[in-house]
Design a binder for this molecule. Structure first.
Ligand SMILES: Nc1nc2c(ncn2[C@@H]2O[C@H](COP(=O)(O)OP(=O)(O)OP(=O)(O)O)[C@@H](O)[C@H]2O)c(=O)[nH]1
Ligand SMILES: [Mg+2]
Length: 340
């Protein structure tokens, strides 16, 4: 998704930014026509350089963090859940504010220096400049930390394109999810990082003439009841909810996965609850081991039994999502409906 490709710099903490600025300024020295002129030129150069470093650094952050207005290629709800859009916008605003203040402070201080002939006053202008500069930076220290954290979270956004119709596979461990995703995928599925989890999600693709669909396996995310999860895991499930167009829930009637059918249907009910509004297709795996006469779809990813029907059904549903998305993306022209 777009978020992955943003080249967001590492955000310095307030202390680090102050340190970097002062360190650079300390190295600057200029020579003038006499002692006073030398002092003035040096102070002017120090103020200019330190002001500019701060303005450029903060301005660079503001420029490189993604705008939340570009909602069409972003997944605003997901971003909001992960980062918090209000605080995000506030923090970028705070950086902008500090950057403007520092620019103004720099220009004022430069003017004062140029007007002064007293070395003592020069020193006091310089230290007052540094003091106020640090104070502005310290006032945004929380925002800098917030943005550094947001940067890490952006980096961990799933490598999933929210525009592409997406099938998410759920079910208890060992029911055969990974095996199925591998068999259905056109190319070998990739492991993508996912916020809140250390495991990542597995993303496969299905090529369908000129269309492309995503199929996602979520180790550890959809294999436990929602109620049993901690807050962070709940967020992860909710975030995943935004990516899911269709869900395939796998039941393993052979129970070789280690879970009874009763437990498995309980999990299905719980997932139905937390994914309200998402169509769920239920299919039973491992027909080579056990085949029930329930009305559900059956397949064995191992032997290929039932795989053609399953594939046709899934692709049919994904094509439907594709058509719906395309129709929604089309902005109707006035009167165009009558013309058709
Ligand atoms: N007999 C048989 N075994 C299968 C079939 N599909 C998967 N298995 C086996 O079941 C075990 C679990 O399969 P996975 O695909 O890893 O299951 P999973 O649901 O991804 O498990 P987790 O990643 O732990 O959640 C493996 O040993 C597979 O070889 C099948 O159709 N028939
Ligand atoms: Mg697996």
């Amino acid at each position: 998704m777009a978020g992955m490709n943003y080249n967001i710099p590492t955000v310095l903490s307030a202390d680090e930014l102050i340190e970097k600025t002062f360190h650079r300024a300390a190295k600057i020295s200029k020579t003038g026509s006499d002692a006073l002129d030398t002092k003035k030129k040096t102070i002017l150069a120090k103020i200019t350089a330190s002001g500019d470093i701060v303005v450029t650094t903060l301005g660079g952050y503001v420029k490189k963090f993604p705008r939340m207005e570009k909602e069409d290629d972003f997944l605003p709800e997901l971003i909001d859940l992960i980062i918090g859009i209000d605080q995000y916008k506030k923090s970028l605003g705070a950086l902008n504010w500090a950057s403007n203040r520092v620019e103004k402070l720099k220009n004022e201080s430069l003017r004062e220096v140029r007007r002064t002939k007293d070395p003592k006053i020069l020193n006091s202008i310089k230290s007052s400049f540094y003091g106020r500069l640090s104070s502005y930076i310290n006032q945004i220290s929380k925002d800098l930390l917030f943005l550094q954290d947001a940067k890490n979270k952006f980096r961990n956004l799933p490598a999933v394109d929210p525009q592409v119709p997406t099938l998410v596979v759920a079910g208890f461990p060992n029911v055969g999810k990974s095996k199925l995703v591998t068999v259905l995928s056109t190319a070998a599925p990739q492991i993508a990082p996912y916020p809140f989890t250390t495991k990542g999600i597995v993303v496969g693709h299905i090529e369908d003439d000129w269309r492309k669909f995503q199929i996602i396996d979520t180790p550890g995310l959809l294999d436990r009841s929602f109620e049993d999860r901690n807050d962070i895991e709940k967020q992860a499930v909710l975030a995943l909810r935004y990516l899911t167009d269709i869900m395939l829930f796998i039941l393993d009637p052979s129970e070789t996965c280690g879970y009874s059918m009763e437990k498995q249907t309980e999990l299905l009910a719980s997932i139905r609850n937390s994914f309200e509004g998402v169509p769920i297709i239920v299919a039973e795996s491992k027909t080579d081991l056990m085949r029930t006469d329930s009305g559900n779809l059956h397949f064995s990813a191992e032997t290929g039994d039932g795989m053609d029907e399953l594939r046709v059904l899934l692709i049919g549903n994904l094509r439907e999502i594709f058509r719906k998305n395309a129709a929604e993306a089309e902005i109707p022209q006035e009167g165009s409906e009558e013309e058709e």
